[in-house]
Design a protein around this ligand. Structure first.
Ligand SMILES: Nc1ncnc2c1ncn2[C@@H]1O[C@H](COP(=O)(O)OP(=O)(O)OP(=O)(O)O)[C@@H](O)[C@H]1O
Length: 258
């Protein structure tokens, strides 16, 4: 399946001319168009300050764009009031963010059941079984009763992935989930996201600086000063490094020219 063959209506996520400005300076996002079909794994890349996290926050309904339209599974986020947006984030989106980490007062199993409880599920065996199945899928069923603080960084990210997937969300947003991990542990985390796409038809949008991480995805899009300046299908490491280098060069060149 190619991106171009998919209409916005059938997409898991569609951004249409999305801009986000903070104050009077240059916008952090500047007219971004992005269509992510269901069952696709997309990397958002670009140098520091290029707008990756802003794109993610706007796409996930954590922040309102100043212009343009974001749709998740056909729902235009602009039509939702704050409570509706909260429900959408809770019920239809999965997050694997460094900053939205696990709740230390809860054990691993309780952390995974949290999105289900927040969505109105009742506590009980069925709920626990679902959490345990999710933990089993990330190889951590035997750590269910542990506290997050007793887990390694990689294990915590795997719990975060189990938690992000437990609601069967339409889109999973992951912001640098492997940044603090060694390469082998990072590969394990990325393999889990890949499996969620391949085996469960999930849609994943991953913000990353890491060219190796991008090789796990179906498509890499490159941001520079808030605009999409390039795309690679089935990115390989060399092509990603070249693309990042080329855009960094352009940025430097423009910075000098100014
Ligand atoms: N809340 C905010 N208030 C003001 N400016 C912001 C805010 N958030 C982001 N920006 C600015 O928007 C631009 C894009 O920031 P963003 O965090 O999206 O970049 P990024 O590509 O994710 O960077 P990094 O890789 O360093 O995390 C930057 O110039 C940043 O300073």
């Amino acid at each position: 399946m190619t991106t171009t063959a998919v209409t916005e209506n059938g997409a898991a996520l569609a951004l249409d001319g999305v801009s986000r400005a903070y104050g009077r300076g240059a916008p952090a996002l500047d007219g971004v168009d992005l269509v992510v079909p269901r069952g696709r794994f997309v990397a958002v890349m670009g140098r520091s300050g290029s707008g990756k996290s802003t794109l993610l926050r706007c796409a996930a309904g954590l922040e309102r764009p100043t212009a343009g339209r974001v749709r998740i599974g056909g729902t235009d986020l602009a039509t939702l009031k704050a409570a509706g947006l909260t429900r959408l984030r809770r019920d239809r989106i999965g997050f694997v963010f460094q900053s939205l980490n696990l709740v230390s007062a809860l054990n691993v199993r309780e952390n995974v059941t949290l999105p289900l409880l927040l969505a109105g599920a009742r506590e009980g065996r069925a709920l626990d079984a679902r959490a345990l199945a999710g933990l089993d899928a990330v190889g951590l069923a035997d750590r269910a009763e542990d506290r997050p603080e007793n887990l390694s960084g990689g294990q915590r990210q795997r719990v975060a992935i189990a938690r992000a997937l437990v609601n069967e969300p339409e889109v999973v947003f992951a912001d640098e989930p492997t940044a603090a991990l060694d390469p082998v542990t990072a590969a394990g985390v990325l393999a889990l996201l890949r499996r969620a796409v391949d085996e469960r038809g999930r849609t994943v949008v991953l913000v990353t600086h890491d060219p190796v991480a991008a090789t796990w995805t179906d498509e890499a899009v490159f941001l520079d000063r808030g605009r999409i300046v390039g795309r690679l299908d089935r990115p390989d490491e060399t092509a990603v490094r070249e693309a990042l280098g080329a855009h960094a060069e352009t940025g430097r060149h423009l910075a000098v020219a100014r």
